[in-house]
Design a protein around this ligand. Structure first.
Ligand code: ADP
Ligand code: NI
Length: 207
């Protein structure tokens, strides 16, 4: 298992090190650590495939749809890589399922993740979108796309980064799949609310 995981880390590092929109190698490593943490708790009550959790979290952003790849591309890239490492086919299918169904896309989309391992990795990915790291990633993304950090003039204008908190980040705590994920999400959620309160007060010179 150790060799497979370290080769997968190298593969991810090579492919995502210079990614600049918030899905870089370090995002992957944080999701990996979150996922193991959640899985260790879940494992006390349910049987699970730890290899699928580890590989699924490491490979979840490989060939992302944002960069023009589709489900078939991911199946091919991930499948090819894991077959070479002799990973069993059930685990490979689970990892491909994870990569193809993890994304939030939009708030009206139904969640199609249907394995426990997938639910864990999805929670781990969502945790990295909220809290202090989530705030930092969101402003990094906004800067990358040259968006305003905030623009209060027009209520319907959501072309600024603060709007993303309402479109996505503040909704995530109610969409967590696992008990451990939910607990962690609540803490990170409170931290974001505090940040927003402070942000608005500072904007008006009130603090
Ligand atoms: P996922 O890959 O989890 O489906 P995205 O790729 O849409 O989600 O977003 C990943 C991260 O990029 C978000 O958690 C957020 O930090 C940032 N991000 C995405 N869209 C926006 C946006 N419109 N404004 C600011 N940040 C964004
Ligand atoms: Ni991700």
């Amino acid at each position: 298992m150790k060799i497979i995981i370290s080769k997968t880390k190298d593969f991810v590092k090579e492919r995502l090190m210079n990614e600049k929109s918030g899905h870089d190698y370090w995002h992957t490593m944080r999701v990996y650590n979150n996922a193991i943490d959640i899985a260790k708790e879940e494992q006390k009550e349910n049987k699970l495939d730890m290899m699928a959790v580890e590989l699924g979290s490491l490979l979840h952003d490989i060939a992302d749809h944002k960069f023009g790849y589709d489900d078939e591309d991911r199946k091919e890239i991930i499948g090819k890589f894991l077959i070479k490492l002799d990973v069993d086919s059930q685990t490979i299918d689970n990892v491909i399922h994870i990569a193809n169904n993890i994304s939030f896309k939009n708030k009206d989309k139904k969640n199609t993740i249907n394995t426990l391992e997938g639910k864990i990795v999805q929670d781990a990915d969502r945790l990295d979108a909220i809290g202090a790291i989530g705030i930092a990633r969101t402003f990094t993304f906004g800067g990358f796309y040259k968006r305003d950090m905030y623009n209060p003039i027009d209520e319907d204008n959501n072309e600024h980064t603060i709007a993303h908190f309402y479109e996505k980040l503040l909704l995530l705590k109610d969409r967590m799949n696992t008990k451990t994920g939910k607990q962690k999400a609540l803490k990170r959620h409170e931290y974001m609310k505090e940040f927003l309160d402070q942000f608005y007060d500072e904007w008006e010179g009130k603090r």
